[in-house]
Design a protein around this ligand. Structure first.
Ligand SMILES: *Cc1c(COP(=O)(O)O)cnc(C)c1O
Length: 336
C-alpha cells in the first residue's frame, strides 16, 4: 500500500486547540517576527474607541501566512523534507511556503494563478521555488496541486484548511492579547478561515469575552452564508480587489471552529477597502494590501457600537504591486 507521506494521511479528527497555538508559537519563535501593535490617535478619534492594529503587513514576506506555513513545514518528517512541499495559492501562502521551505532546506513547488500579482510571483521565485501556473477561472488548483503531490511524492500544504496552518495563524492574535490584554472586539480578515479559526482559539483562551468578527469581501460572502446556514456554502471565485480572500468556500477543518466560536461574519466592499488602503498610507504611513484592510473596513462601519471600547484589528498583509498601490492612492482604481 502506498499512502502519500503527506499531511493528508494524518488523523486530525480532533481539530486544533489553543495548546496547538502555544506549541506553534514556540516553533516559529526566532523565525517569524513578533510584529508591532500600531495605534493612531486619529483612528481612535474617528471611532471614539481605542484601536490596536496587529501589523502583520510587517511580518516576514509581508503577511501572517508565514506563521502557519513555517509551523506546518517545521513538522515534516525526514522523508517529507527530502521529497519537498507543494502548495497552491493566489500569492501570500505561496511566498510563505517558499520562504519557509528555503529556511528549512525543503524543495518547494508552488501552483499560482496566471493573473497573480507580478510582485507575488517574482517574490515566490525569488525564494527559490518552482512556480506552476494555471487559469483561476477555469482550472481547479486543488486538483493540480494534488496531481503534483501524487506524481512527485510531495506533501501538499493547503493555504488554510490544515490544523498546523490554523494553529500557526493563531499566534498573531496570541501576541496581540499578550501585548495589549483583553479586548472587547476583534476584527479579522476572512478568506478560507485559517486566520480566523486560529484567532478564535487564541481569543477563547486569552480574552474569552471578546467578540470576534470575520470580515469577507462583499462580492464573496460564502463564509457569512455558511455560518448562517450551518453548512459550508460554495460560491464561484468572487471578483474583488481583495485577492487574498477570493476563496470559494471555508474548509472542513476551519468551518467547525468558526461555526462554534465566531460572533458574526461581516463584509466590506471594494470601495471601502480602497479608502482604508489610502488611510493607512497617508495617515499611518504603512502599506496594507486591500485584503489586509477587511477588518478595519468593517470596524469603521460599526463605530457606533464600538464607542468607548477596546478594539483589535488584524492587518493581515501588505503585499501590493507598487503600480496598483499608486492607482489606489491616486483614486484611479476601485472607485470612490
Ligand atoms: C490569506 C490571506 C487572508 C485570508 O486568510 P484565510 O486564512 O484564508 O482566511 C487575509 N489577508 C491576507 C493578506 C491573506 O494573505
Amino acid at each position: 500500500m502506498t499512502l502519500p507521506s503527506g499531511a493528508e494521511s494524518e488523523d486530525f479528527s480532533e481539530g486544533p486547540t489553543y495548546d496547538d497555538v502555544v506549541r506553534a508559537h514556540e516553533r516559529i519563535a526566532g523565525h517569524a517576527h513578533r510584529t508591532p501593535v500600531l495605534t493612531s490617535r486619529l483612528v481612535d478619534a474617528e471611532l471614539g474607541a481605542r484601536v490596536f492594529f496587529k501589523a502583520e503587513n510587517l511580518q516576514r514576506m509581508g503577511a501572517f501566512k508565514f506563521r502557519g506555513a513555517f509551523n506546518a513545514l517545521s513538522q515534516f518528517s525526514r522523508e517529507q523534507r527530502r521529497a519537498g512541499v507543494v502548495a497552491y495559492s493566489s500569492g501570500n501562502h505561496a511566498q510563505a511556503v517558499a520562504l519557509s521551505a528555503q529556511l528549512l532546506g525543503i524543495p518547494a513547488t508552488i501552483v499560482m494563478p496566471h493573473d497573480a500579482p507580478a510582485a507575488k510571483v517574482a517574490a515566490t521565485r525569488g525564494y527559490g521555488a518552482e512556480v506552476v501556473s494555471y487559469d483561476r477561472y477555469r482550472e481547479d488548483r486543488e486538483e493540480i496541486g494534488q496531481a503534483l503531490a501524487d506524481a512527485r511524492g510531495l506533501t501538499l500544504i493547503p493555504p488554510y484548511d490544515h490544523p498546523h496552518v490554523m494553529a500557526g495563524q493563531g499566534t498573531a492574535a496570541k501576541e496581540l492579547f499578550e501585548e495589549v490584554g483583553e479586548l472587547d472586539a476583534l476584527f479579522v480578515p476572512l478568506g478560507g478561515g485559517g486566520l480566523l479559526s486560529g484567532t478564535l482559539l487564541a481569543a477563547g483562551a486569552l480574552s474569552p469575552k471578546c467578540a470576534v468578527y470575520g470580515v469577507e469581501p462583499e462580492a464573496g460572502n460564502d463564509g457569512q452564508q455558511s455560518v448562517r446556514r450551518g453548512e459550508i456554502v460554495h460560491i464561484d471565485t468572487p471578483r474583488t480587489i481583495a485577492d487574498g480572500a477570493q476563496t470559494q468556500h471555508l474548509g472542513r477543518h476551519t468551518f467547525p471552529v468558526i461555526l462554534e466560536r465566531v460572533t458574526e461574519v461581516l463584509t466590506a466592499s471594494d470601495d471601502q477597502l480602497v479608502e482604508c488602503v489610502r488611510m493607512f498610507a497617508s495617515r499611518m504611513k504603512t502599506v496594507v494590501e486591500p485584503t489586509g484592510c477587511l477588518g478595519f473596513a468593517a470596524a469603521r462601519e460599526r463605530a457606533e457600537e464600538l464607542r468607548g471600547r477596546r478594539v483589535g484589528v488584524i492587518l493581515s498583509g501588505g503585499n501590493v504591486d507598487p503600480a496598483r498601490l499608486g492607482g489606489f492612492l491616486a483614486g484611479a482604481a476601485g472607485g470612490s
